[in-house]
Each structure stands twice: as structure tokens, then as C-alpha cells.
Design a protein around this ligand. Structure first.
Ligand code: ADP
Ligand code: MG
Length: 253
């Protein structure tokens, strides 16, 4: 697809001799929220982690096929994985702030990537990130307090602020609301909708309601196969594949 930012072609992923992903071709559009749905164990997280090479950290995991971002093969030998992960940030299921202050959680990546020379620039970027993550009003007067002193929902927004501080192109989110209560979930969902103006977002969710609420495109995985990928509305109202129909109507999964 010409307009896509991320493309996979015939991606197979294995854990030792067990295959977890089978021949996935996918084109992800920029500035949209793409949801990955499907029953537990169907390969959503495995495929998501292939997009910023997080599977490299699992010794028994290996991949075949091609994955490009902005036309660049991210598995090419010359690729700097640290730089890649700066372009493709990640937010995890459980909020995982560093054992540092709120300010330092956001400043950390900016220091590592040398993105703020002067203190005023650092302050501005931290403020911008916390504002973009919808957290500034709640924390601006306590930036020196530990990140883990915040509520769960605030911690997750802090992790989002940390991810966006270094201005990635893509943000991967693996069930980012599953440890949050419904109110904190609603706040993060609104935030995701705001963020797609500037970023491309891929979110794994076990909640079909969440996928329907916040995504424009939905990919349904089943047993390691990408069964169907289309506009979210089409997936939920007029799916083509019987497996998708069965999943969205609650017959499998
Ligand atoms: N670190 C791992 N080592 C071995 N097998 C794994 C590992 N992570 C996932 N798997 C297997 O790969 C398959 C896909 O898992 P996963 O991508 O986590 O699915 P999902 O996110 O859809 O629940 C499952 O069969 C799972 O057991
Ligand atoms: Mg998973």
C-alpha cells in the first residue's frame, strides 16, 4: 500500500521450533489507531513486538520475512536498534515508571538521545510531553516526586509522556489499560485519540469494545494468522471471514 508507514511481508515468527505467527502481510496507515484483537495466545503481542524488534530480547525467538518502516527494512544488518526503538516507542500492560522523579522519567530519553541541550529546553520538552499526555495539570507542582507515587492511571500517562518525549513516529501499546479502572481507562482512551494527530498508534487490546471505541483500523488474529484487517467499522459490522464473525459475536475466544 503506497500510503502505509509500516509494512510487513510474509512475516513468520518462531519461539524455538514453535511457530507463533504465520505469513503475515500487513500495511499500517499513518496517523490512525490500529487495533490488534483476537483470542489470548493468537500472537498479537508477538507481532507487535516485531515492529520495534523487542523480540530480539527473547533468545529463542526468531523471525523470517520483511518488516519496513517508512520504506526502511528494520531488520537490515546496519540498523541501529536503539535508534529504531526511539522511532517506535512502546507502552506496556503494567505501568512501569522508572524509580525516578516524575520529571526525570520524561527527561531520561531526552538525555540519552541528546535531544535537549539547555536546561530551559529540557524543561520545555518535559512540559510539552506531560501536556500531550494529559498529565501536566495534575503533576506540574510535584515534578520532583517519584513517578510511582502517582495513581495507576497517572503512571500509565507518565509512561506515555516518556514515550512521546523523544517524538517517535509510532507508538506501540500492549493492552495499556488492562491494569486500569474504568475511569482511568476512559482518560487514556481519550488521550490515544488525541495522540493520533501526531503519531501512528498500534494497540493490542483484549476488549472488542475498546477496539471499536478508539481505533480506525482493526486487525483480527487467530492462531497466529492475520485473518482479517479492515476499517474498524467493517470488522465489527460486516466481517468477511467466519472466524472474525465468530469472535466478535463471542462464539470463540
Ligand atoms: N517468550 C515466549 N517464549 C515461548 N513462547 C512464547 C513466548 N511468548 C509468547 N509465546 C507463545 O507464542 C504464542 C503467541 O503468544 P502472544 O503473542 O503472547 O499472544 P497474545 O498476545 O495474542 O496473547 C503463544 O502460543 C505463546 O505461548
Ligand atoms: Mg499479549
Amino acid at each position: 500500500m503506497v500510503d502505509s508507514i509500516i509494512s510487513s511481508r510474509d512475516v513468520n515468527i518462531f519461539y524455538a521450533d514453535k511457530q507463533a505467527i504465520f505469513g503475515v502481510d500487513m500495511d499500517i496507515l499513518p496517523n490512525k489507531v490500529t487495533a490488534f484483537i483476537g483470542p489470548s495466545g493468537c500472537g498479537k503481542s508477538t507481532f507487535l513486538r516485531a515492529i520495534n524488534r523487542m523480540n530480539d530480547l527473547i533468545p529463542i525467538c526468531y523471525m523470517e520475512g520483511c518488516m519496513t518502516i517508512g520504506g526502511q527494512d528494520i531488520y537490515a544488518p546496519e540498523v541501529d536498534v536503539v535508534a529504531l526503538r526511539a522511532q517506535v516507542g512502546m507502552v506496556f500492560q503494567k505501568p512501569n515508571p522508572f524509580p525516578k522523579s516524575i520529571f526525570e522519567n520524561v527527561a531520561y530519553g531526552l538525555r540519552i538521545h541528546k535531544m535537549a541541550a539547555a536546561k530551559s529546553e529540557m524543561d520545555d520538552r518535559v512540559e510539552w510531553s506531560l501536556k500531550s499526555a494529559g498529565l501536566w495539570d495534575e503533576v506540574h507542582d510535584r515534578l520532583d516526586q517519584p513517578g510511582n507515587s502517582l495513581s495507576g492511571g497517572q503512571q500509565q500517562r507518565l509512561c506515555i509522556a516518556r514515550a512521546i518525549a523523544i517524538e517517535p513516529k509510532v507508538i506501540l501499546m500492549d493492552e495499556p489499560c488492562s491494569a486500569l479502572d474504568p475511569i482511568a481507562t476512559a482518560v487514556v482512551e481519550d488521550l490515544i485519540d488525541q495522540l493520533r494527530r501526531e503519531f501512528t498508534i498500534i494497540i493490542v487490546t483484549h476488549s472488542m469494545q475498546q477496539a471499536a471505541r478508539i481505533s480506525q483500523r482493526t486487525a483480527f488474529f487467530h492462531l497466529g494468522n492475520l485473518v482479517e484487517f479492515n476499517d474498524t467499522k467493517t470488522i465489527f459490522t460486516n466481517p468477511v471471514d467466519e472466524r472474525t464473525q465468530n469472535y466478535i459475536t463471542g462464539r470463540i475466544g
